[in-house]
Design a binder for this molecule. Structure first.
Ligand SMILES: Nc1nc2c(ncn2[C@@H]2O[C@H](COP(=O)(O)OP(=O)(O)O)[C@@H](O)[C@H]2O)c(=O)[nH]1
Ligand SMILES: [Mg+2]
Length: 217
């Protein structure tokens, strides 16, 4: 009996989040803003990749904004501001993911005048964010070679729920003695022939392909 109550409460929370995600998507689209929710492990390069992609978009004349989601602090927010990117900081406290309500409130407070593209950096981990779509057009997951070669196998759900997946820091693959092909095989087992983007923020490898995946090339 007790267990049944728990499950229905969880279902309600997920359903409510999904409903609000739809509202966020309509809100953004009605303003002509395209968007991506960036999920991934801690230190995989989410912030660095957003700054790289945002700079490329700005060069092409698109104004960009970022929601920086972290458990605590404003380190990433500061990095975005220093890079000249309009940013808004969300601290989730004990929560290990952003949710649609947090994004809804952020959108209310942000100056989105003239913005054409919104990045949302989710809290760093490969588990919690998967269940909580935020209403972005794309969901992108970023892992990197420094985490070893088993991230896809261990976290199939987040790869399943993302339409874009990235293996970053390929410049370090040889040093880490990581078998990139093995990671690609694991990804293929989940997503068939969908591409796993191999990128390096250091060298710029794979960045043009990623811009294309976001329809921002
Ligand atoms: N060598 C290398 N380092 C990277 C790359 N991308 C990010 N980094 C570094 O990895 C560290 C973590 O990056 P960060 O963007 O903060 O990761 P986040 O926690 O996912 O936001 C930083 O020191 C970055 O400079 C990459 O492609 N190659
Ligand atoms: Mg970050």
């Amino acid at each position: 009996m007790h267990k049944i109550t728990d499950i229905s409460m969880e279902t309600d929370v997920l359903a409510e989040n999904k409903h609000l995600a739809g509202h966020n998507n309509e809100n953004l689209r009605s303003r002509g803003i395209r968007s991506v929710d960036i999920m991934g492990s801690i230190g995989s390069g989410k912030t660095a990749m957003i700054i790289t992609l945002a700079k490329e978009m700005m060069k092409r004349g698109t104004n960009v904004a970022v929601i920086a989601g972290d458990v605590t602090g404003q380190d990433d927010f500061d990095r975005f501001q220093e890079a000249g990117i309009r940013a808004y900081n969300i601290n989730t406290g004990k929560e290990c993911h952003l949710d649609s309500l947090m994004v809804d409130k952020a959108l209310d407070h942000m100056d989105l005048e003239g913005i054409g593209f919104l990045f949302i950096e989710n809290v760093g981990n490969l588990v919690c964010p998967a269940d909580f779509p935020l209403g972005a057009d794309h969901r992108m997951v970023i892992i990197s070679v420094t985490e070893g070669d088993d991230m896809v196998r261990k976290h199939p759900m987040i790869f399943n729920d993302s339409d874009i997946a990235v293996l970053n820091k390929v410049d370090l693959a040889d040093y880490m003695e990581v078998d990139v092909k093995r990671i690609q095989r694991d990804y293929k087992a989940i997503k068939g022939n969908k591409e796993l983007y191999l990128t390096s923020v250091r060298t710029g490898a794979g960045v043009p392909q990623l811009l294309k995946a976001l329809d921002a090339d």
